[in-house]
Design a protein around this ligand. Structure first.
Ligand code: ADP
Length: 854
């Protein structure tokens, strides 16, 4: 380290020496032209004076050598001037030294070659010339000692030696004097050299000082020019001496407009003028505020520092002002203040409590409502406090953990309801939202929360819920009443209808027949009504269940028509079925419920028709995957205004009330059923022209149908059950497509006999007369569900141990569990798993086989 420092120091010293050396070499080369000229003049004079005594030959040889040396030195100096940088200092130094030594030697040679051995006057002349030359050389070579010595010693030494060799008193004395002279001019040259060196150093120093001064001035000027502060200086008369661009710019003027003007003419503000005067009296002063520049009229906000400027004697000669133009900052500050004010007004106006805390739960701010809640007069009182300092009860402190979580995880808590019960029994609810409070770098620095007292809303909600509950209860009671009443009514009605039917076949008088007809008509209408009421109560209590399957539209229509045909015939109406009988159309529906809807529409078309009217049935597959079935008539029609409410329960069109039987329930039930099947029902009608009621249901497209075909295909390839044991099977199912599927399966097995029923009553009648080996029972049956059928058949002694398998579209675990609990042997879901079904049949056959063999 030390070594390093040392070497660095010496390097610097070297470079300082080099600067001096370079300067010396430059001065040395500067001297060459002059010394060349003196050399040639003195050489010529010497040659002319000496040739008579030493002969022309010596003079010519010497003159030639002198000329060559002088020429070489001139050439050297020419090279130096052209490009001194082309070689190192050492090179120029070395070559210059060789040059002077050569010149010195040539001059020294003159004391041998041009020196007459016996002519004292000529000898003295040579000595004189040499002394003159060396004395003259002092001025141009004494910059460096080795140069001067390199010149003067070779020039004088031959003369001294030659003089001593003469061995006369006078020559010896002369030799001694020349030797002394040589020594003395060395000393003189040395002094001169020291002098020169000091001079050079001084000049170099003053050069670098000047450079530093200029640089510093430049720096100051740049600061002055580019300073973001306005700077202006003025003389002791308050005349503007100078200012920087920023100063002029902030006044809305240009520098040239200001310089030379007087401050008193440019400023009207008394405070500023006072500050100027104070600075001219030798004091520092300060101004802050708004003022209007007289020249430009610009209004600026400024902070200005005034200071006196003094001369060397301490006399005030003027002043300087540093002005910070804060107009824009002031604007931003004002805006910020306005925003803050608006914000705090908003916070204090909204009917919500707002507060924000830092990470440690210290309140940073809140609105007035919150402050009051916390037991203070103003929000300022809350700032800096924590929940422990506020008058919360202990339960609230628990929410601090929640706050901590928000700070830690950054997750917001929105509309969280908080319930509080106070010591005096008062209940209150609050709805709180808390979000993380973030700084501009998106770092979480606390939480921001807002809450609302929602006690009134909560109480209203509670009252509402209570009312709803009561309403539901009342509704349920009504539905229960309706359903039990319907059941109760049906039993005596069955008796009435049964006996009236028996009466009908007895031999009766015409009048008795008419009466019986009335009893049957009235009774069946009543039965219809009771069934509808039962449906309605089921619908209202949400107990009505349907199972949606692939249903053949033609099959439903045919069954419906067969039910309505007798009525239509009786009324003398024509039914036209335009539905293509050839290509079957399948829809997603509940078979029985769809039939119910179509029967309702058809019988309405019968009821509200005209004499000799017609009824048309039409089906169209639309592109959006729907099938639209339309039942139209040319009957009495419905006014536009009545059409909308037709589908509401108990709505009948006023004019018809007296004419036709009806309760106004049919359409509302139809609407409900269609919607449960995912469909839409509607009407287009015109008074006295006719009505078209339509039902739209999801079409079963070919892809789905193909599945059915695949099923059929797979049925065909079923293996036969290898046994002769006969098996008798009864299947109660309202959906014809399911029935036909099972039929198809059974067809593969000649030893299994299948009998079917499409309604619960039909099924029970069939079962009352037979004991099958296996009963398949659909759960979703019209009029009576599978569970009821099950309990009725189990009540028949001969059926007590016959296995019953439930088949249902309700595939929910709950339904299956319920089925198994009731006592069904097995529960199969639709669509039927054929493999499972066949396996079941096989098991039954094998079981029976084993039983009979035993
Ligand atoms: P109901 O037929 O038992 O009165 P609905 O709900 O089936 O009850 O029908 C409601 C009302 O809609 C009927 O009272 C009748 O005024 C009107 N309506 C239904 N179908 C037709 C139709 N095809 N033509 C004219 N009016 C009809």
């Amino acid at each position: 380290m030390n070594k390093h420092l040392h070497s660095e120091a010496s390097e610097q010293a070297d470079s300082a020496e080099d600067v001096v050396l370079a300067e010396q070499i430059k001065l040395l080369f500067n001297g060459i032209p002059f010394s060349g000229i003196t050399t040639l003049i003195n050489g010529s004079i010497l040659a002319v004076i000496q040739y008579p005594v030493v002969g022309i030959k010596s003079v010519l040889v010497w003159g030639l050598v002198l000329f060559l040396v002088t020429a070489w030195r001139s050439w050297l100096s020419f090279r130096y001037y052209r490009d001194s940088q082309s070689h190192s200092l050492a090179y120029w130094h070395r070559h210059f030294l060789v040059g002077v030594i050569l010149a010195g030697l040539v001059w020294g040679a003159s004391a041998i070659w041009l020196f007459p051995s016996n002519d004292t006057a000529h000898q003295v002349f040579v000595a004189f010339v040499l002394a003159g030359m060396t004395a003259g050389a002092m001025t141009s070579l004494a910059y460096r000692m080795e140069m001067f010595a390199g010149y003067s010693i070779p020039a004088l030494l031959p003369l001294i030696i030659n003089l001593f060799l003469q061995e006369s008193l006078i020559t010896t004395a002369m030799g001694t004097m020349v030797a002394l002279y040589m020594a003395m001019i060395q000393v003189g040259a040395r002094r001169l050299k020291i002098n020169y060196q000091q001079n050079i150093q001084l000049r170099l120093e003053s050069d670098s000082r000047e450079r530093a001064r200029r640089e510093s001035e430049e720096r100051y000027r740049s600061v002055f020019e580019h300073s973001p502060l306005g700077i202006m200086h003025f003389n002791n008369q308050a005349g503007i001496v100078g200012c920087n661009p920023r100063f002029a710019e902030s006044l809305g003027s240009e520098q040239k407009d200001l310089i030379g003007r007087n401050i008193y003419a440019l400023v009207e503000d008394e405070n500023i003028l006072a500050a100027v005067r104070a600075s001219l009296e030798g004091e520092n002063s300060y101004f802050e505020g708004e003022y209007r520049a007289v020249l430009s009229g610009k209004l600026i906000h400024v902070k200005a520092y005034f200071s006196p400027v003094r001369d060397e004697l301490g006399e005030v000669i003027g002043g300087v002002v540093l002005a910070d133009d804060t107009t824009e900052r002031e604007l931003v500050r004002n805006e910020l203040q306005t925003t803050q004010l608006t914000l705090s007004r908003i916070l204090n106006t909204i009917p919500v409590r707002v507060f924000w805390k830092d990470q440690n739960g210290v309140y940073l701010g809140c609105n007035q409502l919150f402050a009051v809640d916390a037991g203070f007069d103003s929000s300022q009182d809350v700032i800096g406090k924590t929940d422990r300092d506020l008058s919360w009860d202990a339960t609230l402190l628990a929410y601090r953990e929640m706050d901590q979580e928000i700070v830690d995880n950054g997750q917001s808590l929105i509309n969280f309801v908080e319930y509080r019960e106070y010591a005096d029994g008062m209940q209150r609810w609050f709805e709180i939202s808390k979000v993380p409070l973030k700084n501009s770098e998106e770092q979480i620095v606390g939480i921001l929360a807002a809450y609302q007292d929602i006690t009134n809303r909560k109480l209203a909600e509670q009252r509402m819920q209570l009312a709803m509950h009561k309403l539901e209860e009342a509704n349920e009671a009504k539905s229960d009443f309706l359903s039990s009443m319907s059941h109760e009514l049906r039993t005596p009605l069955n008796a009435i209808l049964g006996f009236a039917q028996i009466l009908e076949i007895e031999p009766l008088s015409e009048r008795q027949k008419t009466y019986t007809g009335h009893i049957l008509d009235g009774g069946s209408h009543l039965l219809d009504l009771i069934n509808q009421l039962l449906d309605l109560s089921r619908i209202e209590s949400g107990k009505l269940e349907i199972s949606i399957e692939q249903v053949s539209l033609q099959a439903v229509i045919n069954e419906s028509l067969s039910m309505v045909m007798p009525q239509a015939d009786k009324a003398g109406l024509q039914i036209i079925n335009e539905v293509d009988a050839e290509t079957e159309v399948f829809v997603m529906a509940d078979f029985t419920r769809l039939k119910q809807v179509i029967i309702n529409l058809l019988s309405n078309a019968v009821k509200y028709n005209r004499e000799k009217g017609w009824i048309k049935l039409n089906a169209r597959v639309s592109e959006n995957g729907k099938v639209r079935l339309t039942v139209s008539d040319n009957g009495i029609g419905i006014d536009d205004k009545d059409q909308e409410q037709l589908f509401e329960a108990f709505v009948r069109v006023v004019a018809d009330k007296s004419m036709v039987d009806g309760a106004g329930i049919g359409l509302s039930i139809s609407k409900y059923l269609v919607e449960m099947m995912g469909g839409v029902i509607g009407v287009d009608s015109e008074r006295n022209v006719g009505s078209s009621f339509w039902v739209e249901l999801k079409h079963v497209d070919e892809g789905e149908l193909r599945k059915l075909e695949d099923t059929q295909q797979s049925i065909r390839t079923l293996k036969t059950i290898d046994s002769d044991t006969r098996l008798e099977l009864i299947y109660i199912e309202d959906n014809l497509s399911n029935l036909s599927l099972v039929k198809m399966i059974i067809d593969n097995y000649p030893n299994i006999e299948l009998r079917t029923a499409t309604s619960p009553i039909e099924g029970l009648t069939l079962l009352s007369k037979s004991t099958p080996d296996l009963i398949l029972l659909d759960i979703n049956l019209p009029g009576m569900d599978g569970f009821e059928v099950y309990s009725r058949l189990r009540a028949m002694p001969h059926l007590m141990s016959v296995p019953v398998i439930a088949v249902s579209a309700n595939a929910m675990a709950d339904d299956i569990r319920r089925g198994m609990e009731v006592g069904f042997t097995d529960y199969m879901t639709k669509p039927l798993d054929i493999g499972k079904f066949v396996k079941l049949l096989e098991d039954r056959v094998l079981l029976k086989q084993a039983e009979t063999q035993a």
